[in-house]
Ligand binder design. Structure first.
Ligand code: ZN
Ligand code: ZN
Length: 289
């Protein structure tokens, strides 16, 4: 089986460098930020940059459907109405625009934190932010939106939205699958209390996800092991097979038939234990059957 597999790669020196970076380490899928993830401000993409990116991608073995953008970290789309909330909507609109310009079909968003106002309020704010951003995009008079916003499940940190499958389902039902899809993060699932460490755990979970959300709506899987324990609500990614999820659950997951068309993206640390190439090789050589 040929898995679409890759990691989050750097855009340092220009966004088109991400394609080279991905190819160099053997990715068949990859994720990028289109800007620095820890700053509000960014420069507009120049036509030259977007053309170069598209040309490199076209000439590579990586299909555009295996490329995904992750939203920067600062926006909080479920925050109570405030200056920061309004800024978050602007960033989302910009990221939708940038994905369209780059020809990237998927934009992963975090569902944010209700900051103590309760999940109901948070979900309302989130739905409003997404709807407004898509509206503002179309008000910009650019070509019709081709980007799906992917809702990513959270690890269940205090006040966070979207750690439970039923909650994501309720949000997804409101937003609809036309402009939206899902990104499932294995570390976040585990931290939120879903046990993926065993084969039966994985099977049960995938069936649960399928019945509530529909497997066909999952466009990206964030394939990360977890440093934190089951149900710890800790968002700590770890090298594949070396964390608390471990080899057997992850092996079952990457070989799961119903998932074999979905790109798997790792967001694992680079440290003395392993780098990105090591994790890619581990998945290909040790986990894949
Ligand atoms: Zn994420
Ligand atoms: Zn995470």
């Amino acid at each position: 089986m040929v898995l679409k597999l890759g990691v989050h790669v750097s855009i340092s020196g220009g966004i088109s460098n991400s394609v080279d970076n991905a190819l160099k380490i053997g990715c068949s899928a990859f994720q990028i930020f289109t800007r620095s993830p820890r700053q509000w401000k960014t420069k507009e993409l120049t036509p030259n940059e977007t053309e170069m990116f598209k040309e490199k991608l076209d000439n590579s073995s990586i299909g555009p459907e295996s490329v995904v953008v992750h939203m920067p970290y600062l926006p909080n789309l479920s925050a109570p109405t405030s200056e920061m909330y309004e800024k978050s909507i602007l960033v989302l609109t910009d990221e939708i625009t940038r994905c369209n310009l780059l020809g990237i079909p998927y934009l992963v968003i975090h569902l944010g934190s209700h900051l103590g106002q309760g999940p109901k309020n948070g979900i309302n704010q989130l739905v409003n932010a997404c709807t407004k951003s898509l509206q503002s995009y179309s008000d910009r008079g650019l070509p019709k939106n081709r980007v799906k916003i992917l809702l990513e499940n959270s690890a269940g940190q205090k006040n966070s939205i979207g750690s439970q499958i039923e909650e994501i389902q309720s949000i997804f039902n409101i937003l609809g699958k036309n402009d939206y899809g899902l990104c499932i993060d294995t570390c976040h699932l585990f931290a939120a209390g879903y046990d993926l460490s065993s084969e039966t755990g994985v099977t049960t979970l995938i069936e649960q996800i399928d019945s509530h959300l529909g497997i066909e709506n999952i466009k990206i899987i964030h394939l990360n092991d977890s440093k934190g324990d089951l149900g710890s609500n800790l968002d700590r990614h770890y090298h594949l097979g070396l964390g608390k999820i471990g080899e057997s659950g992850l092996r079952h997951l990457v070989n799961y038939k119903k998932l074999n068309k979905i790109p798997f993206i790792m967001e694992t640390p680079i440290d003395a234990v392993r780098n990105d190439i090591d994790n890619i090789e581990f998945v290909r050589n040790v986990l894949c059957k």
